[in-house]
Design a protein around this ligand. Structure first.
Ligand code: SF4
Length: 523
């Protein structure tokens, strides 16, 4: 039954979507042109770390199951990108788009470009297989608004076929002021703008050119045009109550200090979330910065800047700088399971009811997690200490310590203090366990990546890595296997404080850690 997709709507009507993207509605051919026209139916860190009681109910509805806008949700819900937007209208010195690359994981890279019809089919297939996939984003590999016909056609098809999925787009902002009305009309209520500067003197070192209304602008003129259009677009979006996230790439020596000013500028214009990400600049990516030796920040440099910008403005710290065709929970990439060829062989049933039931179970688990964290926090009541620890965690999701040390592609990092446990980032690593044995070189990269952490929480770990981590001053901890992360981090911290007080251990700060350049590649 090649390429057959059935969509079970909440009302029970069925659409049948064929691989040729001809649609049948209850056995009758629908009009051509893609899909059937019949409807299928704390402020502490990230806006992110905030829960139901901390946010305006209208905003909570928008972010509660959005893995990028809610740090807490990203442990439970998945997103996907569809690569329907190949063209771009600006050049960034950190970007090099690749259209058929499966071994790099960074923005601008995809395995295959899709038509809007193929994209819609992929979304339905993924949503059927991954019931916690709640968000569809268009993020390239170029700029979605430099490809407006493909972008909005894709949104139109998905809104009809999978109406329970939130729609997002990510743009450089150059064309944004011209599309705010369309964005609103298509119910795209999450928009990300990449803003790396608000001063053209900084911008000219990041953008060699922009292309606007049939004219190419260079140098400071290009940067001035870009920043003016970005600010205009951001203001228009927030005036229309569209939730805006701002992404900024931290480029040491070029815009690192300046990003505090960017933070102020976007905050004053109503942005909801600011996501400061490290520059990725490996020479093999072929970017201008990569080829010219521009370094990215260290883990502690990035954290210091994020901490500086944190305050009234929500900071996102869990971004994985995904490919433009990423699929799955943040931190995993299942795009290889959903190539066009594979989807055409799948019999897909898009069942709203089972998606809803699955998500209900997810919500119950989230509540159990919050309750466990609160109960553990009560045990810290009255403790006074300036000590802050970082803890690395091996996890497959659900907010639990449920990954073997050797199978971790990344470690999530939590800062724990008397104020509680807070997610502060993640560290990509090379896989330690290679076909049944440990890879020494990989272990070195893991230690470099979590070198600023006092402990690493794992579901299981072998004797050899355990010894080497201990020798590096990082305590491997497996006694909380399969328990909730934050609750466990607080319990560990309470025991740590008790040991410091009793003189059993002497607390010392750890050093810096390396952000792994290059990227995670799906196994
Ligand atoms: S790049 Fe960042 S914001 Fe975009 S989908 Fe990935 S994690 Fe979310």
């Amino acid at each position: 039954m090649a390429g057959s997709v059935q969509i079970a709507s909440p009302s029970g009507s069925k659409l049948k979507l064929l691989s040729s993207i001809k649609i049948e509605v209850n056995g009758q051919p629908a009009k051509q042109g893609g899909c059937s026209s019949s409807s299928a139916g704390g402020k502490a860190s990230c806006g992110s770390a905030a829960g139901a009681g901390d946010l305006d109910p209208e905003i909570w509805e928008k972010v509660k199951n959005h893995p990028c806008y809610s740090e807490e949700a990203h442990h439970h819900y998945a997103r996907m990108h569809v690569a329907v937007a190949p063209a771009c209208n600006i050049q960034c010195n950190y970007c090099n788009r690749k259209y058929d690359c499966s071994n790099e994981s960074r923005p601008g890279v995809v395995s295959e470009r899709l038509t809007p019809e193929q994209a819609a089919m992929k979304v339905v297939a993924v949503a059927s297989e991954i019931p916690q996939m709640t968000v569809l984003g268009i993020a390239g590999p170029g700029d979605p608004l430099a490809n407006p016909d493909k972008t909005f056609k894709t949104f139109e098809l998905i809104a009809r076929q999978a109406p329970d999925i939130k729609l997002c787009l990510s743009t450089n902002g150059l064309a944004l002021p011209d599309y705010v009305k369309q964005i609103k009309d298509f119910n795209v209520d999450h928009v990300t703008i990449t803003i790396n500067m608000v001063d053209p003197a900084v911008g000219e070192h990041i953008y060699p050119w922009v292309y606007f209304k049939h004219k190419r602008y260079r140098g400071r003129d290009a940067a001035k045009l870009l920043t003016d259009r970005q600010m205009e677009g951001l203001e228009a979006l927030t005036a229309n109550k569209i939730l805006c996230k701002v992404n900024s790439v931290m480029i040491p020596g070029i815009n690192d200090d300046h990003l505090v000013e960017v933070n102020r500028a976007v905050k004053s214009r109503g942005a909801f979330l600011h996501n400061i990400m490290p520059l990725i600049s490996e020479p093999e990516h072929g970017t201008y910065f990569g080829l010219n030796g521009q370094r990215g920040p260290s883990a502690q440099e990035l954290k210091a800047l994020q901490d500086k910008c944190e305050g009234e403005m929500n900071m996102m710290r869990h971004c994985r700088q995904c490919r433009a065709d990423a699929v799955g929970l943040l931190g995993e990439d299942r795009s290889g399971e959903f190539t066009t060829e594979k989807i055409e062989q799948m019999a897909v049933v898009y069942d709203f009811e089972s998606r809803r039931n699955y998500q209900k179970a997810v919500e119950e688990e989230r509540q159990a997690k919050v309750a466990a964290k609160r109960a553990e926090m009560d045990t810290l009541a009255g403790e006074l200490s300036d000590i802050k620890l970082l803890i690395a965690v091996a996890t497959k999701g659900s907010g639990k310590i449920n990954e073997h040390f050797g199978h971790a592609h990344e470690f999530q990092v939590y800062e724990v203090s008397t104020e509680g446990a807070k997610f502060i980032g993640h560290r990509r690593v090379d896989l330690y366990c290679q076909g049944g044995f440990g890879e020494e070189a990989a272990l070195e990269t893991v230690i470099r990546a979590i070198n600023d952490c006092h402990a690493v929480f794992v579901a299981k770990i072998g004797a050899c890595p355990k010894d080497e981590l201990t020798a590096a001053g990082i305590e491997p901890v497996d006694r909380y296997a399969h328990e909730f992360i934050e609750k466990s981090a607080i319990a560990y911290f309470r025991d740590y404080l008790a040991k410091v007080k009793s003189g059993e251990i002497v607390h010392a700060d750890r050093g810096d850690a390396a952000i792994r350049q290059g990227a995670f590649v799906a196994a």
